[in-house]
Design a binder for this molecule. Structure first.
Ligand code: MF3
Ligand code: CO
Length: 269
């Protein structure tokens, strides 16, 4: 046992949830994962520079597939548990896991989440952004702005030896303050050596709860913020698309972070 093992063991003995040592990335792994994250960011930038009114979400899928593979990467969603495309595109009342389609054409007023995940040399990265098409309603603009603020506040609340619940509390209270709700049963995840690692990251848990944040941990901060009810249903035909139960708008911003000795470092910026 080294010093860190003893510290983790003592925390566990006091009833704290601590990460397994295998969840703490080594400097070499961090370096490799950062390269994957840099490609993932470049893919999102590529989408940002091509997205426009009149384009189908299937065209976004092709942009992602072509750019990723031309740069030596593999889109992580493609064939992941049967997911049929290279990227998730979630439009308006779709909360997440929307499947790109030739029939889904971007129109003025739309808000769209594009969720890009990349495998580079076996290392995984994951991030998403909101895009707005033309002029959008003040209500939609407020939801997108507040969702970004939620994530920024979550980042600020993340401190080494603090808890995942501190991030959740910062996010959920800001969303609630604006009359919004945060989706409960779908959340973030550890990432790096695999697409979805431990821990599950909730954005509705109390301050001081859940796993202790230990330097070397990597996970996503990706709250889904709904205008109305936090409840959802999954499309029965495709088994993926997650819709708001009340047809209200939903927004999401996702960053992938590394816990450091001072806070968290965003790897997908
Ligand atoms: N990027 C999504 C996440 O945060 C990926 C969902 S799995 C997929 O977990 F197959 F839909 F891509
Ligand atoms: Co994710």
């Amino acid at each position: 046992m080294d010093k860190l093992d003893i510290k983790l063991w003592k925390l566990a003995a006091r009833g704290q949830i601590v990460p397994k040592r295998s969840l703490l990335k080594t400097p070499r792994q961090i370096e490799a994962i950062k390269k994957s994250a840099a490609l993932n960011t470049a893919v999102l930038d590529h989408v940002a520079s091509h997205i426009r009114e009149g384009m189908s979400t299937a065209e976004i899928d092709r942009l992602v597939y072509d750019f990723t593979t031309e740069h030596g990467g593999i889109p992580a969603p493609l064939n992941y548990e049967g997911f049929p495309k290279s990227v998730c595109t979630s439009l308006n009342n779709v909360i997440c896991h929307g499947i790109p389609s030739e029939y889904e054409i971007l129109q003025e007023g739309d808000i769209l989440n594009v969720d890009v995940s990349t495998i580079l040399n076996g290392y995984y990265s994951d991030a998403s952004r909101m895009f707005t098409i033309g002029e959008i309603s003040p209500e939609a603009a407020r939801l997108v702005r507040v969702t970004q603020e939620c994530v920024d506040l979550g980042l600020k609340a993340a401190k080494p030896w603090g808890h995942l619940g501190d991030i959740a509390y910062a996010i959920n209270s800001h969303a609630k303050k604006h009359g919004y709700s945060v989706v409960e049963d779908i959340g973030g995840h550890g990432i790096g050596l695999d697409f979805h690692e431990e821990p599950f990251v909730s954005y509705v848990t109390p301050k001081g709860s859940e796993m202790v944040l230990v330097p070397g941990m990597m996970f996503t901060i990706e709250p889904m913020v709904n205008e109305g009810s936090p409840d959802f249903f999954i499309d029965e035909d495709d088994d993926w698309t997650v819709y708001t139960i009340d047809d209200g708008l939903s927004a999401q911003v996702e960053y992938m972070v590394l816990v450091t000795d001072t806070g968290v470092e965003v790897l997908t910026k």
